[in-house]
Design a protein around this ligand. Structure first.
Ligand SMILES: [Zn+2]
Length: 284
């Protein structure tokens, strides 16, 4: 081997060494980059995904509605909702009551109990609820209290006759159109189901006011009610669908499973049912 050949040979060797070294470096730096950057990116993506999830879920569910029956059955409990058995039966926990779906004049639940909770009034005509709903409310109030949130029950079950007196009084005071926006006509009140409760707090002087929604008590209720089977039945900005102005105090018991599903959807009960392709009427 000449000196020239030796130089060439060494050069080639060096180049190979450098090249392989570079390649190693590449492999070393890439995983490092991945390790350092991925968590940040993941966090950002997850945040966005969570926000998007709420919006996209409906579309995804809608899109795959016909294909995913098997998956749903295997992964998640399916909440069945039938028109006759669930929505139109006054005794059903899922009963739909609004301006389109009224209860019979003579309906009253046969399992009413008196709330054993802080109430605004002592009047037994205002402090009854169906047993399951009362039990769930008790759990909710106790859980709230553990976090320093003191809630009061103001108005639970109301008979058809009580609702008639109430509505007539509001019409006398504010006129029919105004009364209709905040009070139910007889038969159209969820309070007649024994599954609805108006809650309030000392911070709003035990009144039923929109301001309740901004109090620590109202915010707690908004965040946690569904964990106990309740939904905020008349959310803000949904007056055209529910027929009622925003009522952060009016809670409706639907059972834990359904309440959680409705709350997660971010929809009103009417919208949720339509989303589930249950053919309910929503216009007056
Ligand atoms: Zn109410």
């Amino acid at each position: 081997m000449t000196y020239k050949q030796f130089r060439l040979f060494t050069c080639v060797l060096m180049s190979l060494f450098i090249l392989s070294g570079c390649t190693d470096n590449d492999y070393e730096t890439e995983p490092e980059d991945t390790v350092e950057e991925m968590p940040q990116e993941e966090t950002q993506d997850n945040d966005e995904a969570e926000i998007n999830d709420g919006i996209n879920n409906e579309t995804e569910e809608e899109g795959t509605h016909f294909e995913e029956d098997e998956d749903v059955e295997s992964d998640e409990p399916v909440i069945t909702i039938n028109m006759e058995e669930d929505l139109l039966d006054p005794d059903s926990i899922k009963v739909l009551v609004n301006k389109q779906y009224a209860l019979p004049e003579d309906y009253s639940p046969d399992d009413l109990v008196t709330l054993d909770l802080p109430t605004v009034f002592d009047d037994p005509n205002l402090t009854n609820m169906r047993e399951r709903a009362a039990q769930a409310l008790r759990e909710m109030f106790h859980s709230a209290k553990d976090e320093g949130i003191v809630l009061y029950a103001r108005s639970g079950y109301r008979s058809y006759q009580t609702q008639t007196q109430l509505f007539d009084r509001y019409v006398d005071r504010d006129g029919l159109e105004a009364a209709n926006r905040y009070s139910a006509r007889p038969g159209e009140s969820e309070h007649q189901t024994g599954l609805a409760i108006d809650v309030t707090s000392e911070s709003v002087n035990y009144q039923l006011t929109e301001r309740f929604g901004e109090t620590p008590e109202g915010l707690w209720v908004e965040e946690h009610a569904h964990e106990f089977g309740y939904i905020i039945r008349y959310p803000e900005g949904k007056e055209e669908i529910t027929g009622y102005q925003y009522e952060p105090w009016h809670l409706r018991y639907l059972g834990k499973e359904l309440a959680a599903d409705v709350a997660e959807s971010g929809l009103t009960y009417e919208e949720y049912l339509l989303e589930r392709r249950i053919d309910i009427e929503i216009d007056e």
